[in-house]
Write a protein that binds this ligand. Structure first.
Ligand SMILES: NC(=O)c1ccc[n+]([C@@H]2O[C@H](COP(=O)([O-])OP(=O)(O)OC[C@H]3O[C@@H](n4cnc5c(N)ncnc54)[C@H](O)[C@@H]3O)[C@@H](O)[C@H]2O)c1
Ligand SMILES: [Zn+2]
Ligand SMILES: [Zn+2]
Length: 347
């Protein structure tokens, strides 16, 4: 089979590799029919993720059809159309039982294993461990181009942003960063009845998308950001500020937008320490949340997509085939210049 293989910082190739096979009785093999690229894949290619070594097949998001099943798999069969999520769960370890498969202990001590600790989904076929507890059947009414975004970015914006932030009816919500994750928070915040959804970004194209995705207001980031948000929220600041960029300054922006008693939900992956103004924050009774996505909201999100409540397909702006992986990475790697959000890649 062919797969996109990592060969050290800056190097990858679509090349022949041994076929994916069932190795453990709890495995299945999935023929990949749709995949995508995540910002994390770009970090891997820059050499930022030491656990990813030469020879690893990249990717942690896929929709496809099962072609082989291990003897212990009972919930899925050959021919089933499934979503392969970014997080794999054994279902039995202490963290899986706590509903936190992001820290599943059974395969390498973390739930994110595809394109990280084992071979990933940017390939013609992928081996999926713990298939019964990790895979999701895709309803007929949900297309591959919708389901693919439920593998990672939609659950991330929803779980680590909207749910962790505790969005409730009537709340005002600010979302700093309108990339795939921030826009996923925009798409799912309204479901909880937020009265205002304020998107903040430096990129005009993404702010336009945010309004199209259901934001009530869009603010181009600048010196007036805090006063603009305060003006939109009766002089109070927002109930929930979601950080979806991953820089110290954007977390500080989120912190400066929240009203007393509100919540700052940090979604961004930070690469450096962040100094927070605790001397001002403590007396504001604010809550700060953060975390790695569990993807446990996928069944809910699948129902909402099937019911027409979440137009997940809007996240895909560009389409490529497997032999165009280099082009797909170039477009996604320069997303702002290419007016891109997420790319859809098919055989
Ligand atoms: N916690 C998790 O489990 C998890 C999972 C996936 C991704 N993430 C993280 O979420 C973050 C967002 O991911 P993404 O894929 O949407 O990234 P992205 O790069 O597509 O989007 C980031 C957005 O932030 C905007 N931005 C940059 N600087 C800004 C600034 N100063 N003020 C306002 N906006 C600014 C950019 O224009 C862009 O639209 C990343 O840090 C990513 O690593 C976290
Ligand atoms: Zn990802
Ligand atoms: Zn587990």
């Amino acid at each position: 089979m062919k797969a996109l293989v990592y060969h050290g910082p800056g190097n990858k190739a679509w090349e022949d590799v041994p076929d994916a096979t069932v190795q453990d009785p709890t495995d299945v093999v999935v023929r990949v029919e749709t995949t995508t690229i995540c910002g994390t894949d770009l970090h891997i290619l820059q050499g930022d993720v030491a656990a990813v070594t030469d020879g690893r097949i990249l990717g942690h998001e896929a929709v496809g059809t099962i072609t082989a099943v291990g003897d212990a798999v009972s919930g899925f069969g050959v021919g089933d159309r499934v979503l392969v999520p970014a997080i794999t769960k054994c279902g039995r370890c202490v963290y899986c039982q706590r509903g936190m498969p992001s820290h599943c202990q059974t395969v390498g001590g973390i739930g994110w294993i595809f394109g990280h600790l084992i071979d990933g989904t940017q390939a013609e076929y992928v081996r999926v461990p713990y298939a019964d507890t990790s895979l999701y059947a895709v309803p007929d009414s949900v297309t591959n181009e919708q389901a693919i975004f439920l593998a990672d970015s939609l659950p991330t914006g929803y779980e680590v942003g909207v749910l962790a932030g505790g969005v409730r009816p009537g709340h005002t919500v600010a979302i700093v960063g309108a990339g795939a994750v921030g826009l996923s928070a925009v798409l799912t915040t309204g479901l909880w009845g937020a009265s205002k959804v304020i998107a903040i970004d430096s990129n005009k194209f993404r702010l336009e998308r945010a309004i199209e995705f259901g934001a009530t207001d869009a603010i181009e980031v600048g010196p007036g950001t805090v006063s603009d948000v305060v003006a939109l929220t009766d002089g109070l600041g927002v109930d929930v500020a979601i950080e979806a960029v991953g820089y110290p300054e954007t977390l500080l922006t989120a912190a400066s937008l929240v009203r007393p008693g509100g919540t700052i939900a940090n979604v961004g992956v930070h690469g450096t320490p962040v100094e927070l103004p605790m001397q001002d924050m403590w007396i504001s009774n604010v809550t700060l949340t953060m975390g790695l996505v569990d993807t446990v909201s996928i069944p809910t999100l699948l129902k909402m997509v099937a019911g027409g409540r979440i137009p997940a397909e809007k996240m895909g702006t560009h389409t490529f085939t497997f032999d165009q992986f280099d082009e797909a990475y170039d477009v996604f790697g320069n997303a702002a210049a290419n007016l891109a959000l997420k790319v859809v890649i098919t055989p």
